[in-house]
Structures are given as structure tokens and as C-alpha cells.
Design a protein around this ligand. Structure first.
Ligand code: ADP
Ligand code: MG
Length: 744
């Protein structure tokens, strides 16, 4: 059955070679009960380990059933151990965190028994070794004698022709020792039992053969009871653990040591939380960066805003607006959308003038509560949204509300009164090129202001005596245009100050044209200069004072002015209810015959290069983070799993092969990682649906998409697989016995 010819075993450790045993030749048969005796250090354990295929040998030949084994690889010895050998050790070699039942069951699962037969047989064997009462007790709670009986039950469960026992009673009291020896005798029929002992007397009556070792050599070998030759014993077909049982063991191992489970769970939770948080904060930066895109054209840079014009260039009619309001996912429509991008300034015209600055918004869109004052009642009453450190509307708010404010400090222009104030939240601040100040006015007032806004956005040219002069919208400038009802339609009154521009220094009766050009339209009015004013006649002509700041401007009739600037709406803005719907709304608008401009895209483009750099940086950050997290987790988990070395070498001693053990470890880490992931996703869902309120989670959920969560899970699974692989390759590199010895 087993034959050794001049076999030697050496130990190499730290450059020193020690001999385990030297040139040993011996043969064993089935049916024998062999006692190996000899003083400590004589090589008995080493011999047993080599015979069991747990350790390698360096010299000579070993035959198993006549087959030479020098070409055997680790996997061949795994196969050999599985089919032929059960071991019983002095220190029991059980899985302490398993119950008695689980320990015995383990070896059967690893050897591919079906679950049904396992249960019956395990219970039967536990009964046989007298531990029925303890079957659900963890073996760490048992006495030495009980533990050794579990080991014997386990050896029986494996049902191999060879049982190798290394000092099975070495740690037992004499009563327990007797029981164990008796059990060994009971099971020894039709098997080869090899027992190492330094207390020969306990097996004197049973042993059929006594081998004595000394200093690594066999010094005597006597058959004391002749044994009949039992040959051709039934060697069972070797089977392996199935996937289902691997999953069962993996899941059992996940939870069997609670502190270990909790620590690994925390590591995976930490990976999940930190990766998702960092990723979300990078997403947030990118988003903010996008919003901050340099955009010189639009003051209102809401990412939900879509600017539209009709493709045919015509004005947008009331019917058009009604149709636009029917589109799905539209929050509101700003008809004169140019007001969004045209902050206006107003000033009170008194001895202590106050300033007011902001974009006009239809008062019906005002949300929230006023911090001061009341809502508007009359057409010229407004409420304002200003920064909380605005000097005029915080410290002096009482006085500010008594004043009348004139557009551009122009007494002839429209005026408003402020009746209520709301302050911007701290949270509403964001670095932006525009202002967030708002002036809420009635829609009719917005219509009236459109002409001022159109003028702000237009290039205005005055043509006089065939020469063009740019008209600055600055009061008193010599080509600045102002209105006065005193000027008849089709006429203009100019200041004496521009007489040199006219032929012969005489401007009266000359032609004067005003040309308006902007993004939406061009128009022109032709006027005749009917009066030239100076300090003396200004009061009788225009009814204004010579010290008025409009002195010097060109005055025209309001109707002519309106013809130039009071136009229909050519451009409007559609505000989507959600950024995610902007594309859908745009498509719909395009189909209805509008050309669209998504504000968020103008921002992206403007900051394009910065965003590209940011994206690359993001990728680098994520990769570095994943690698760092991998190593941190690997080392932490390695420390935690360190005690698992014993478990895995025990499994190898029991006949499990590398692939199966690796799979069981994979499943253990995978289960733990998935639980950590599910826990975090659970917290996210609870936060999302407002069952709980975790600030950290609240901050990130808006920036994560479903694919990010899926990717996160994949990363986690891959990481747990890599950690398992790295760990497994470390502990399985050595022979089963070596890794076992190192850890015990
Ligand atoms: P026994 O079991 O008879 O007490 P061993 O087989 O344990 O003896 O040891 C035989 C010899 O091998 C001893 O000289 C011992 O020092 C040496 N030896 C055993 N194990 C190792 C080891 N892991 N590394 C180095 N030398 C060892
Ligand atoms: Mg020994």
C-alpha cells in the first residue's frame, strides 16, 4: 500500500539545513496498526507528514499503491490526501469557530458528499464518538478529550483507508486517552492505522507492529501480531465539493466569527462611502465649474433655461406663447426674456440719493416670504430681492422705502417705489458674473421697460449731415436720445453744442436719422430738426431747467421713440422644471419651429478646456483612490484574516484543493462586500425618500446616477475578488503543513 525507499527529509530555515529523517525505508499494509515510538526529535512527526502527503521529501522514492510519487505536484498530493489519508493531531486541528456538527460536516462537504447523506452520517458518527449532546456546541468550548473525539469522528467521516495519528493522546488526561485509544482500536479494522506515541504502554495491546526511531533513522521494526493481508480494499471515487456547498461554507464563514465579520464589513462600507463621496464631490465640482462657465451674454445662467427665437425670424405672438405653455416639463416662460439678462439701475433723485440694481422679474413669480414691508398693490410698486449686506436696504431700509427711484436717474423715465424687501439666503450665493438681485414688478411695467432694455442692448447711431455718430446712452451726451412730449412727432430738438456738425453751423431744418441695431431687429426713423436749444430758450422749449442733467441730449417725441424701441417679443426663455428635462423640452421646441439655445451648453463650451482638465484630474483622482483603498483594505483584511490561515491549512489537510478554498474565500468576501453595499444603498434610499436625514448622504445623492451605483458595485466586487486572490496566493504558496506550522 505505502512504501518508502531511502527517503530523506530536510528542513531549510534561515540558511541552515536540518535533517527531519534520513534514508528511511519502510512499507505499510492495510490492516496494520503501527505504533511508531522514539524520543522527541527523532523524526516521527516528520515521517508522518511525508507519508500523509502534507510535506515534501527531498530524497529517495515513495510509492503509493505501487505508483512512484517523485513527479507528484501539490494537486496530486491533494488528490492523494483526499482519497487515502485522514490525520489526527496532538493539537486536534479543528475549526474552533465551528460547532461539532459543522466540523464533521465540513470534511464531508469538501469531499463532495451530498447534503442528504451528510446529515445522517454526521449525526451517526457524532453519536459513535459519544458527543451527541454537544453536536451544536462550538468546539472551542470542549475539553481536550472531547476535541480529539471530534477529530476521530471527522477522520471517520472522511472514510479513508489510512489514518495517521500524531500523538493523539499527548494533550489528554489518562481517562480521556483511554477512550480515544479504544475508539481508534474500534475503527482500525480494514484500515492502516499509524500512531505515533511516547506512551507506548497505552497501545501495547493493540499495535500489530512497533517501529522505533532514533535520530532520524529506523532502528527497529517488529511485527508483534501477525496481520492477514487485506488487499484490494474499496477506494472510493474522489469527488469534490459542489458549488452550492461552497456557497454555504462561504456564507457560513462570513458570519461565523462576528468581530471578523464586523471589521471586514466596516472596511467595505468605508470603501463604498469614500469612493461614492469623492466621486460625487468631483461630479459636483464639475457641475459647478460648468455653471461658472464664462458667459458674457447672459446674466441669468440657470441650467434649466432655454432661449428661443422663431426660426423664421418673426415676433413671438400671444398665440405662440399660449402654445408654449402647453409643453410638458415647462416650469415657466419669460416672454421678454431679455429682461433676465439686463439688470437695470435706478436712483432716487434727492439730496441723499439711494441706488437700486437688479433684473426685472414678473411679480407673479415671487416665491417665499418678504423679510420687510408688504406686497405691491399699485402698478409702480415693486418688491426687491437683495443681498443681506446691501447698505440701503438693510441699515436704511425704512428710509429706502419712502423714496421714488428713477430708471438711470432720468426724471423723464419711469419711476418705481419699493414696498417690500426679501434678502438672498447665504446658500443662494454662488460666484457668478451676473447679479442675483431681483426687482419684482407687474407684467405691465415690464412691457413698459422693454423699450429701455431694448435700447440698452442696441447700437444706436445718429446720422446728421451724412455723418454717423454713435449715440451713448449717457444723459447729456451730445448724441444721447431723450424723450419729451414737447417735441412734435417727426421732429427733433438738438443742443446748440452740436451746431458744428451741421452745414454752415446751422442745424435748424436739417435732416436727422436715428438708426437702431440689435440682435433681433434693425429700424430707423427720419426726423427734421425743428429747434436748436440753448441755456436761454430750453425752459420755454422743453419745460426743463438748464441745470437738468439731460441738457445737451437730443430730444424726440415719445411716439418716435416707441417706434424705435417698443417692439414685440422676438426672443423668449423657456424654463424647464428640471435639468434632466432640458433636452426633451428643447427637442419639442425645435419641432414647433423655434431655434433653441440651452444656457447650460453655452456655459460648458465656454469652460470646455477647464472641464477637460477637470475630467482627466477626476479620473486620476479616482484611480489613485481605488488603488490606495485597495491596498489599505488589503492590509486591513489581511490582518483580520490572518487567523484564517489555520482554517485554510486545516481544510487543505482535510483534502480540499486550492481552487475550492479560493472560491470559498471569494464567496465569503463577496457576501460581506455585498452586505456593506446593500446597507449603504439602503441608507441612500431612506435618505432619498426622507425617512431619515443624513447630511453627508443628502449632499451626494443629487450627483450620482444609477450607472454610478452599478459601477461602484462592480468595483467593490472586483476589489473583494482581488483581495481574496492576493491573500489566497500568499497562504497557498507553501505546503499545507508549512503554512499550518507557521501560524500555530
Ligand atoms: P519528533 O516528532 O520525533 O519529536 P520531529 O519529526 O518533529 O521529531 O523532528 C525531527 C527533526 O527535525 C528534529 O531535529 C527537529 O529539530 C527537526 N525539525 C522538525 N520540524 C522542523 C522545522 N519546521 N524546521 C526545522 N527543523 C525541524
Ligand atoms: Mg512530534
Amino acid at each position: 500500500m505505502l512504501k518508502l525507499k531511502n527517503v530523506s527529509k530536510f528542513y531549510y530555515s534561515k540558511g541552515v539545513i536540518a535533517s527531519g529523517f534520513n534514508k528511511v525505508s519502510i512499507e505499510f499494509k492495510i490492516g496494520e496498526f503501527v505504533a511508531i515510538v522514539g524520543e522527541s526529535g527523532s523524526g516521527k512527526s516528520t515521517l508522518l507528514n511525508v507519508i500523509s502527503g502534507l510535506d515534501s521529501y527531498e530524497e529517495g522514492e515513495m510509492y503509493i499503491n505501487g505508483e512512484e510519487t517523485s513527479h507528484y505536484r501539490e494537486s496530486d498530493f491533494e488528490e492523494y490526501r483526499k482519497k487515502y489519508v485522514s490525520n489526527i493531531f496532538q493539537n486536534f486541528n479543528l475549526v474552533n469557530s465551528y460547532t461539532v456538527y459543522q466540523n464533521v460536516e465540513l470534511v464531508m462537504l469538501l469531499n463532495g458528499y451530498k447534503r442528504k447523506e451528510v446529515k445522517r452520517k454526521v449525526l451517526e458518527l457524532i453519536d459513535k464518538v459519544g458527543l451527541k449532546k454537544y453536536r451544536n456546541t462550538k468546539v472551542s468550548k470542549l475539553s481536550g478529550g472531547q476535541k480529539q473525539r471530534v477529530a476521530i469522528a471527522r477522520a471517520l467521516a472522511k472514510d479513508t483507508p489510512i489514518i495517521v495519528c500524531d500523538e493523539p493522546t499527548g494533550n489528554l488526561d489518562s481517562k480521556s486517552a483511554k477512550d480515544v485509544i479504544k475508539l481508534l482500536k474500534d475503527i482500525s479494522k480494514d484500515k492502516l492505522v499509524i500512531v505515533v506515541t511516547h506512551n507506548f504502554s497505552e497501545i501495547e495491546d493493540i499495535a500489530t507492529r512497533v517501529v522505533k526511531m532514533h535520530d532520524g533513522k529506523i532502528v527497529s521494526d517488529k511485527e508483534v501480531i501477525p496481520t492477514e493481508k487485506v488487499e484490494n480494499e474499496n477506494i472510493k471515487e474522489s469527488k469534490s465539493i459542489g458549488l452550492f456547498n461552497m456557497i454555504r461554507l462561504g456564507i457560513r464563514n462570513t458570519f461565523n466569527i462576528i468581530p471578523k465579520f464586523v471589521l471586514i464589513f466596516v472596511v467595505f462600507l468605508f470603501i463604498t462611502v469614500s469612493l461614492l463621496s469623492v466621486y460625487a464631490s468631483l461630479q459636483k465640482d464639475e457641475y459647478e465649474e460648468g455653471k461658472l462657465g464664462i458667459n458674457y451674454y447672459f446674466n441669468d445662467m440657470r441650467d434649466t433655461r432655454i432661449v428661443i427665437k422663431k426660426k423664421d425670424g418673426s415676433a413671438i405672438s400671444n398665440d405662440d406663447f399660449n402654445n408654449l405653455r402647453m409643453i410638458k416639463n415647462v416650469a415657466n416662460i419669460v416672454e421678454n426674456d431679455i429682461v433676465l439678462d439686463s439688470p437695470l439701475w435706478f436712483e432716487s433723485l434727492d439730496d441723499n440719493p439711494f441706488n437700486l440694481y437688479g433684473t426685472l422679474v414678473d411679480v407673479s413669480l415671487f416665491e417665499g416670504k418678504l423679510d420687510y414691508g408688504r406686497m405691491p398693490e399699485a402698478d409702480n410698486e415693486v418688491i426687491i430681492l437683495v443681498e443681506p449686506y446691501d447698505y440701503y436696504f438693510t441699515d436704511k431700509v425704512e428710509e429706502a422705502l419712502t423714496k421714488t427711484y428713477y430708471y438711470q436717474a432720468d426724471k423723464g423715465a419711469m419711476s418705481i417705489k419699493v414696498v417690500g424687501v426679501k434678502y438672498l439666503d447665504e446658500g443662494m450665493f454662488s460666484f457668478s458674473f451676473g447679479t442675483e438681485n431681483k426687482i419684482y414688478v407687474s407684467s405691465s411695467l415690464i412691457d413698459k421697460y422693454m423699450k429701455d432694455i431694448n435700447r440698452e442692448h442696441s447700437k444706436v447711431t445718429v446720422n446728421l449731415n451724412n455723418k454717423n455718430y454713435e449715440s451713448y446712452n449717457a444723459m447729456g451726451d451730445s448724441h444721447d436720445i431723450r424723450v419729451s412730449p414737447r417735441v412734435p412727432k417727426g421732429r427733433a430738438y438738438v443742443s446748440e453744442g452740436i451746431s458744428f456738425e451741421c452745414y454752415d453751423y446751422n442745424c435748424k431744418n436739417r435732416k436727422l436719422s436715428i438708426i437702431v441695431d440689435n440682435l433681433y431687429y434693425s429700424d430707423k426713423v427720419d426726423l427734421t430738426i425743428s429747434e436748436v436749444y440753448n441755456e436761454k430758450n430750453i425752459e420755454s422749449l422743453l419745460w426743463i431747467n438748464k441745470s437738468d442733467n439731460r441738457f445737451g441730449s437730443i430730444f424726440i417725441n415719445p411716439e418716435d421713440y416707441n417706434r424705435l424701441f417698443n417692439k414685440d417679443s422676438y426672443q423668449a426663455s423657456v424654463i424647464a422644471d428640471n435639468v434632466d428635462n432640458v433636452d426633451a423640452v428643447s427637442d419639442e421646441l425645435e419641432q414647433l419651429g423655434y431655434s433653441t439655445l440651452q444656457i447650460r451648453k453655452t456655459l460648458d463650451n465656454a469652460a470646455g478646456d477647464a472641464l477637460k482638465v477637470l475630467k482627466i484630474m477626476k479620473l486620476v483622482v479616482i484611480i489613485v483612490l481605488v488603488i490606495t483603498l485597495f491596498f489599505i483594505s488589503y492590509f486591513v483584511i489581511k490582518l483580520i484574516l490572518k487567523s484564517r490561515n489555520v482554517y485554510f491549512s486545516t481544510l487543505r489537510i482535510l483534502g480540499a484543493n486550492f481552487r475550492h478554498l479560493k472560491r470559498i474565500l471569494d464567496i465569503e468576501l463577496f457576501t460581506n462586500a455585498s452586505l456593506a453595499y446593500i446597507t449603504y444603498i439602503g441608507l441612500i434610499l431612506l435618505t432619498k425618500y426622507k425617512v431619515i436625514n443624513v447630511k453627508m448622504i443628502n449632499n451626494i445623492i443629487g450627483y450620482l446616477k444609477i450607472q454610478d451605483y452599478i459601477l461602484m458595485y462592480i468595483i467593490l466586487v472586483v476589489m473583494s475578488y482581488l483581495i481574496s486572490t492576493r491573500f489566497a496566493s500568499k497562504i497557498f504558496k507553501q505546503s499545507a503543513m508549512k503554512s499550518y506550522r507557521e501560524e500555530v
